[in-house]
Design a protein around this ligand. Structure first.
Ligand code: ADP
Ligand code: MG
Length: 230
């Protein structure tokens, strides 16, 4: 009985999420459609045509960004929490970074200080979504290139994942606003990535904290309780 109840709660959550996402995605798509329509008007100057085209692309890119931040790994099924091998999950996200890092000159430094498998409890897709969103922010903070370091470390009762960049960094006022819906400093940002991260980390009984300095870079530290403490 307990299990059934939990599952139906989850389906409800997915329903709510789907409703808010379709709203989020429809707005920029409607805008893009409007500009495409305006591009078909007679007597349009070349300058206006180019400008509308840019706006249309921006709308589509924005919709795409929302899908990436919310649902990159999600499937229309409800996953059960499982035992996750931290190292494997981290490695599994790396190929997904390719599209974001290919343009800027970014060196990846992955370092595991975990010898034996370390297990935490969670849903694989959600955990990977967390890692992806944080790593994507790190990459986006290094427009002129830099180093993205991902370190995993085993503590007595938890696993630590450190994601560090050498990017633009943040003021302490900005750090305080992380995770607030729609907080973004990017032209084409969604301001939803870290909100998703923080709610998923909480769901996994984890902790997340950020340290940052303007022009020096940012460290994101995530902690998750070990499923089988040493
Ligand atoms: P988005 O990436 O769409 O802007 P997020 O919720 O992922 O939304 O991030 C919110 C804001 O937090 C970003 O716009 C940026 O200002 C700041 N931020 C997050 N991570 C970093 C980072 N590694 N370096 C610098 N700024 C960051
Ligand atoms: Mg982001």
């Amino acid at each position: 009985f307990q299990k059934e109840l939990l599952l139906s709660e989850k389906y409800q959550l997915i329903g709510q999420l789907a409703a808010s996402i379709s709203h989020e995605i429809r707005n920029p798509l409607t805008t893009a459609r409007g500009f495409l329509q305006m591009m078909g008007k007679e007597g349009l100057s070349q300058e206006a045509f180019e400008r509308y085209r840019t706006y249309a692309f921006e709308g589509i890119d924005h919709a795409n960004g929302i899908i990436t931040d919310y649902l990159n790994f999600s499937k229309p099924t409800v996953e059960q929490p499982a035992l996750l091998n931290v190292r494997e999950e981290v490695e599994g996200v790396i190929p997904w970074l390719q599209p974001f890092s290919v343009l800027s000159n970014i060196t990846l430094d992955i370092h595991h200080l975990i010898d034996e498998p370390a297990w935490i409890r969670g849903e694989p897709k959600k955990f990977q979504q967390c890692l992806l969103n944080v790593m994507k922010n790190a990459i986006e903070s290094m427009k002129d290139g830099g180093i993205l370091s991902v370190h995993t470390r085993l503590e007595k009762s938890h696993v630590q994942i450190l994601i560090r960049d050498t990017g633009v960094g943040m003021s302490s006022a900005q750090v305080k606003r992380l995770g607030i819906p729609y907080f973004t400093t990017k032209d084409t940002g969604t301001g939803l990535g870290l909100m998703v991260v923080m709610s998923l980390v909480k769901e996994m009984d984890g902790k997340i904290l950020f340290r940052s300095k303007p022009d020096q870079g940012t460290i994101c530290e995530m902690h998750f309780p070990l499923a089988q403490p040493k």
